[in-house]
Ligand binder design. Structure first.
Ligand SMILES: Cc1ncc(COP(=O)(O)O)c(C=O)c1O
Length: 395
């Protein structure tokens, strides 16, 4: 077979990644894997078997284009109970992870060169999808409450002068990835108001809302606060039940649903994984949430104490009340991007700050996740990381 001239000529932009990112390491502080220590897969096997015996026939036809109705009912109930978000199962679209929701939304919203607003640092997967589609990515400055309204408005006014209206704004409103920030109520209202004024839809990603550890209860979702169908809500059971399951979803306003319908909703998950997720959540969702919270509390505390024991006070880090990560600032001029390979060779991995920006800059920051390793391993891995950074003169 001659494959010359077969592949797309659409130019796929080059995206740079640091060396060492894909290496296998014992201490993996670079990925928000599901907390394996709180998930009971024996129980999961039992509820999966039960649902197949009960509803296995639904595997024969192609699934509903929006996904298994029973799971959509459960999601609507959970959103109402846990997040005060009121919606109906018909507005919910199941996807292959939160990433599947993001990807299908980009398919219906984005053309190369379109402008998109995003937080100062944002989830590397979404960024890669945006970069891969040649979006014009505008990072908006943030403070400890998230996107700064004045900065948002300034950017929008500047873009308006050039006749540019961004296609959408993407933000992670609770336990933000990577900074851990939760946007407080008043800030949410200001952001929504500005977005409405400039006609910029918001994609609100709450992938970490199930992982409150302590501190204040979460503020209401931006989806619920908005009154003009401006917000599409995205979340997943990826981090709650298993990254390998690939179950995510979006809650969409009617116009977005109509657009998605044209592509038959896009990245659907496996019906089997959807059924298994449904039955597990129904039977054990509540207790599992409590187990995850306990386990993440221990792991977060292990990481915080290991950092205090091993890192000098020229470094700063966040003390998150939820989520699976903390955000660290090294002294100005340190470059965590270049040292990742050295760290991975010694068995420990993290994410350099530049991975969360389109320009790949700001590498005196880094993200450390604590959901994968046990508390003992976290202590060992952080000690090792401090040793690598010291030898490489980062700290
Ligand atoms: C904010 C955010 N969105 C989406 C994803 C991708 O999630 P999924 O595996 O559900 O596609 C992640 C994974 O780390 C994430 O942190």
């Amino acid at each position: 077979m001659d494959y010359n001239n077969k592949f797309t000529t659409h130019k796929i932009p080059e995206i740079t990644w640091p060396d060492g990112l894909q290496d296998e390491t014992k201490y993996t502080f670079s990925i928000t894997y599901t907390d394996q220590h709180s998930m009971d897969y024996k129980q999961f096997a039992e509820t999966t078997k039960d649902i197949i015996l009960k509803d296995g026939n639904s595997l024969a036809p192609y699934p509903d284009p929006q996904g298994y109705p029973e799971l959509r009912n459960t999601i609507a109930e959970r959103l109402s109970t846990l997040r005060g978000l009121n919606t109906d199962p018909d507005s919910i679209v199941l996807t292959a992870g939160a990433g599947g929701s993001i990807s299908s939304l980009l398919n219906v919203f984005l053309e190369p060169g379109d402008t998109v607003l995003i937080e100062e640092f944002s989830y590397l997967g979404t960024l890669a999808m945006l970069m891969g589609r040649s979006a014009n990515i505008v990072h908006i400055d943030c403070d400890e409450e998230g996107i700064i309204p004045e900065s948002l408005e300034e950017n929008l006014a500047k873009l308006k002068k050039q006749n540019i209206t961004p296609k959408f704004m993407y933000l992670i409103s609770v336990y933000q990835n990577p900074t851990g920030i939760t946007i407080p109520l008043e800030r949410r209202k200001s952001i929504i108001q500005i977005a409405q004024k400039y006609n910029v839809p918001i994609f609100e990603n709450e992938s970490y809302a199930d992982f409150r550890i302590d501190g204040d209860p979460l503020p209401p979702t931006m989806f619920e606060l908005d009154d003009q169908d401006s917000v599409t809500y995205i979340s997943a059971y990826t981090k709650f039940l298993g990254c390998g399951l690939r179950i995510g979803y979006s809650v969409v306003p009617p116009s977005v649903k109509e657009a998605l319908q044209k592509i038959r909703f896009g990245d659907s998950p496996s019906q089997l994984a959807t059924m298994a997720t449904f039955n597990y959540l129904e039977k054990h969702g509540y207790e599992h949430g409590i187990e995850v919270e306990k386990s993440l509390l221990n792991k977060r505390d292990a990481m915080l104490s290991a950092l205090s024991e091993n890192f000098p006070d020229t470094c700063e880090w966040t003390k998150p009340n939820g989520g699976m990560m903390l955000w660290m600032k090294l002294p100005e001029g340190s470059n965590s991007w270049d040292i990742l390979q050295t760290a991975a060779d010694r068995g420990v991995k993290y994410n350099p700050g530049g991975l969360f920006r389109a320009d790949r800059k700001r590498n005196n920051y880094l993200r450390l996740t604590y959901s994968y390793n046990s508390p003992e391993e976290i202590h060992e891995g952080v000690k090792l990381l401090a040793d690598v950074f010291e030898k490489e003169k980062l700290i």
